[in-house]
Write a protein that binds this ligand. Structure first.
Ligand code: C5P
Length: 416
């Protein structure tokens, strides 16, 4: 087993990993391996249902520790043993967290070893939900999720994607490395892993919805994946982050204050309310126009007048507004440029026009699959030569961008 990588905030931490039942439990051994690589001690608890998908032997070999299971331990451990087990850890991680397990946690029920430990612990708890998309979206699960968040439970994922059951949507367990990153963000109190400690960051993400009438709106295809990943990376680097987000299916990043809005004007107001900020990153796909006069009642086709003609008014440009502030301008303002052709040329012009310090240019022509996808090919436009990065996941783009921001802020660079 590779020892601690030194820099990881997980080095020397004790993780109690509860492996619930679900196909995502097959990723549990890899999760144990990743945690151990970073120097964490991992002790596993395997639920009865979890046995169907992974084995105590796989988990004990990788964790180099005994694995606790419902099948034996409830009978051969004293109640005190369970309590100690849940308190000897620095964090309790539930991965995968099934709908059933979340329900038991939210209700405070303790019919088995895993639920007993979760009820008995006085340590932070993080869950990585994994379930069918309908189960995830069911009001009961969302209600339980809200209750658990209210209880201070940390949540990593789930991701959106195709599922083992053949459906598509949110409910896939976060990847082991994403769970590791969420744990590192939680434990990352060491100054070297939190280069943005003490700084405030504002991030916009997702689309805006511009109403036509009470039931219809104009929107775009932004998934919010890139903006949310940036907010998560800034928080992991120690910044105090406000994420102003249009409607998206993305889970709230751990440790980030999320302000939900619908329209561009609401987004601008929320951004202004979040100031002052040291860093502003505008990753939202803001609608350029809104319908000039929103109808108070639903537009009807029965009145015989044919299709309505809509007239448009220009929305405020949030990036340009923040960049142009004469007082209290964030020290570093970063915009995005989604282009389908002449990407770098257009992005350089956009940087000048908007007055921001950096532009992250990305090619969103349909062939790239950037919109809604997990990967991104970007070029960073700053004062120097345009810098093209290799194709990366959106999480990796976020990490790299935050490293660049940390270097810039660390060198005393404030703005253009
Ligand atoms: O002008 P365009 O929409 O291509 O510019 C993209 C950049 O400007 C992105 O950073 C986006 O978040 C920002 N933007 C904004 N407010 C608008 C339009 C775009 O902040 N109304």
């Amino acid at each position: 087993m590779t020892p601690a990588t030194g820099a990881s905030p997980l080095a020397g931490r004790r993780v109690l990993l509860i492996v619930g039942g679900g196909i995502a439990a097959v990723k549990a051994p890899d999760l144990v391996r990743r945690l151990r690589e970073r120097g964490a001690a991992v002790r596993c608890v395997l639920t009865r249902a979890g046995h169907e998908f992974t084995t105590p032997l796989a988990l004990s070999s990788l964790s180099e520790d005994r694995v606790f299971t419902d099948l034996f331990d409830l009978t051969d451990e004293s109640e005190m043993g369970h309590i100690q087990l849940s308190r000897q850890a620095d964090i309790v991680l539930v991965a995968p967290a099934t709908a059933n397990l979340m329900g038991r946690m939210a209700a405070g029920l303790a019919p088995d070893l895993a639920a007993t430990l979760l009820l008995a612990t006085d340590k932070p708890v993080m869950i990585a939900p994994a379930m069918n998309v309908r189960m995830w979206l069911h009001p009961a699960t969302q209600r339980n999720l809200a209750l658990l968040r209210g209880d201070g439970v940390l949540v990593a994922g789930p991701n959106e994607g195709s599922m083992a059951c053949g459906e598509f949507g949110p409910g896939r367990m976060a990847e082991p490395l994403e769970i590791v990153a969420a744990l590192e963000a939680h434990f990352g109190a060491e100054p070297q892993s939190r280069p943005l400690q003490g700084l405030r960051a504002l991030v916009t993400s997702g689309p805006t919805h511009e109403p036509i009438d009470p039931v219809r709106y104009i929107a775009n295809r932004s998934s919010g994946k890139q903006g949310h990943a940036i907010a998560a990376s800034l928080a992991a680097a120690g910044a105090e982050v406000v994420l102003v987000s249009g409607p998206t299916a993305q889970p709230d990043p751990a440790g980030v204050q999320v302000v939900r809005i619908e329209t561009a004007r609401q987004m601008l107001a929320a951004c202004q309310a979040a100031l002052p900020a040291d860093i502003a990153i505008c990753a939202a796909a803001v609608a350029d126009w809104r319908v000039a006069t929103e109808a108070g009642e639903k537009l009807k086709k029965e009145n015989g007048a044919g299709p309505p003609s809509l007239s448009f008014a220009e929305n405020p440009d949030i990036l340009a507004t923040l960049s142009g502030m004469s007082q209290g301008r964030p020290g570093l303002v970063v915009g995005f440029a989604a282009e389908t052709e002449k990407v770098i040329e257009h992005a350089i012009a956009k940087r000048r026009r908007k007055g921001c310090d950096w532009i992250v240019a990305n090619d969103v022509s349909p062939a790239t699959g950037t919109f809604g996808g997990d990967n991104n090919s970007v070029t960073l436009i700053s004062d120097g030569e345009p810098e093209s990065w290799p194709p990366l996941s959106k999480a990796e783009v976020a990490t790299r961008l935050v490293q660049r921001i940390a270097a810039r802020m660390g060198s005393g660079g404030q703005g253009a």
